[in-house]
Design a binder for this molecule. Structure first.
Ligand code: HEC
Length: 143
């Protein structure tokens, strides 16, 4: 009985550690990226109406997301169900530069969106953000 209890206890302790799978954690954030950037793109393309406050809110949310995935590119998490390229770990300075320019452009988009009066005020900066996604994926994500 005591053994069983101990086994149950150690399970309970181990489970959160398993849930903190860094590959899954970063993919989850990128999924949220998709859910945020998708609706923003539709507005920028004119497929959905432009609502200044809604757009500013999405840009602020994107800025929160942009702080998150990078901590999960931990040593050893290059193996497994991941599209992350080995270059992330072999060229850390380049990867950091890609992260930094992304964060900078997203922060600018947040400011631009907060101050924007029309959609045209936002379009160029949205394009600049999307470019940083593509630049990083081209170098650091296998497709
Ligand atoms: C600094 C590099 C970098 C930037 C910037 C970046 N990504 Fe990624 N992204 C990655 C890497 C690396 C992966 C692969 C993660 C993995 O499979 O472990 C990825 C994966 C993804 C995925 C797939 C997630 C999955 O479930 O497999 C989506 C969607 C995505 N990114 C969207 C975006 C969008 C949208 C942006 C810009 C708003 C963006 N990313 C910016 C590096 C980046």
């Amino acid at each position: 009985m005591k053994k069983l209890l101990l086994a149950l206890l150690s399970c309970a302790i181990l489970t959160p550690a398993l849930a903190a799978d860094p590959i899954k954690a970063r993919k989850d954030v990128f999924e949220q990226y998709k859910k945020t950037v998708g609706p923003m793109s539709k507005v920028v393309k004119g497929e959905n109406p432009f609502n200044k406050d809604e757009f500013a809110k999405m840009a602020a949310h994107l800025d929160e997301l942009a702080q998150q995935p990078w901590q999960y590119f931990t040593p050893g998490s290059d193996k497994g169900k991941t599209d992350a390229k080995a270059e992330i770990w072999s060229k850390p300075a380049e990867f950091k530069a890609a992260v930094d320019s992304h964060k900078t452009e997203v922060a600018k988009l947040k400011q631009t969106a907060a101050a924007a009066k029309t959609l045209d005020d936002i379009k160029p900066q949205f394009g600049a953000v999307m470019k940083t996604c593509k630049t990083c994926h081209d170098s650091f994500r296998a497709d």
